[in-house]
Design a protein around this ligand. Structure first.
Ligand code: 13P
Ligand code: SF4
Length: 334
């Protein structure tokens, strides 16, 4: 068992606080006490494990989480999500302490766009505005004109005049989907989400034969072939809302499995089937999102580490396109 000082010193290597927890502790109760004591809130993405969703003060998609983080009056934000999400919260809240239970919680989309390469790509396309999906690093945000998420991407793109050339990064699938929806011809960066590219069209088609009344719902990070068979396409919040409002009783869900927890809670009588991946692994669980655990979250809140820290110049440059996204989203009531 590591003592507290050496556990702190090791964060740089481990990415999280590795301290043994007394197994008799009721983590749910302790987390509630710590939240009150410290005026802290827990923000969780829908892809987090159910236990984490159950202790969160707010659960949402990337847009909802950024909007909530911008408004909160808490002193500490524990971000149960991946690094770019916690970083976005810090960009919007420089004076607050933003904590991430495991700093290793990255994102394959974010990793697909290293800032130096993206800078070169931008230089090859002069006169283009850069719209970037929020799943990217602060370095990429600083090179962007407007940030978007899956719930506002179409409106953000349409906020620019039809003849404005646009670079869309880093998700080629979301970019292609928005090109199709808007009739634009945005230049796409070649990035993708490892989770949303894994779904098997063949297995989804077989599932549909077995459940003829089931509706297929898909996140726009999925490949075009999967989107083509979807009855509804939307962000995680959009997907959840659809399952609450639609009359179907069975849904085949093509996104990360964490969202099923809220779907099942909201509609206990409906059936939710995770869309099957291309092989037999549980690849539609995001390995990055799932690095956060209730234990790591408890330690992170108790000892206030690991913390997201940022260079101020980078923060200010990355904030501008996020502010622009929030401004446009508010205009459309998103
Ligand atoms: P949304 O939160 O916009 O639905 O995106 C899902 C996702 O992949 C987050 O990493
Ligand atoms: Fe990134 Fe995909 Fe995981 Fe979302 S689900 S955090 S886009 S790897």
């Amino acid at each position: 068992m590591a003592d507290i000082n050496s556990a702190f010193a090791a964060i740089e290597k481990t990415g999280f606080l590795d301290i043994d927890i007394d197994p008799s502790i009721d983590l749910f109760a302790e987390i509630e006490i710590l939240k009150k004591e410290k005026n802290a809130i827990i923000l969780a993405h829908y892809y987090q494990e159910p236990d984490i969703q159950d202790v969160a003060d707010y659960i949402g998609d990337s847009l909802g989480l950024a909007q909530y983080a911008e408004k909160t009056e808490a002193d500490i934000i524990v971000f149960a999500g991946v690094h770019f999400m916690a970083e976005t919260a810090k960009i919007l809240n420089p004076s607050k302490k933003v904590l991430l239970p495991d700093l290793n919680a990255g994102c394959s989309l974010s990793d697909s766009a290293p800032p130096p390469l993206f800078k070169l790509f931008k230089e090859k396309h002069p006169g283009h505005k850069v719209i970037t999906y929020i799943n990217c690093s602060a370095g990429i945000k600083a090179l962007s004109d407007i940030i978007c998420t899956s719930s506002n991407a179409q409106k953000i793109v349409e906020s620019l005049s039809a003849d404005q050339p646009i670079i869309f990064a880093p998700d080629k699938n979301l970019g292609a989907y928005i090109n199709k929806q808007t009739g634009r011809n945005m230049v796409l960066w070649n990035g993708a989400c490892m989770v949303h590219e894994i779904f098997s069209l063949e297995k989804i088609t077989k599932l549909k034969i077995r459940h003829p009344k089931a509706k297929v719902i898909a996140h726009p990070e999925c490949e075009e072939a999967v989107l083509n068979v979807a009855d509804y396409i939307g962000s995680t919040t959009g997907l959840l809302k659809f399952t609450k409002q639609d009359s179907a009783s069975t849904f085949i869900v093509a996104t990360e499995t964490g969202i099923l927890h809220q779907m099942q809670k909201a509609s206990p009588d409906k059936t939710f089937i995770p869309a099957p991946p291309d092989n037999s692994c549980a690849c539609n669980d995001c390995p990055h999102m799932k690095l956060n655990t209730l234990e790591k979250l408890y330690l992170c809140l108790k000892y206030e580490a690991p913390e997201i820290l940022m260079d101020e110049e980078l923060r200010l440059a990355a904030k501008k396109p996020i502010d622009e996204m929030l401004r446009i989203s508010a205009l459309y009531g998103l």
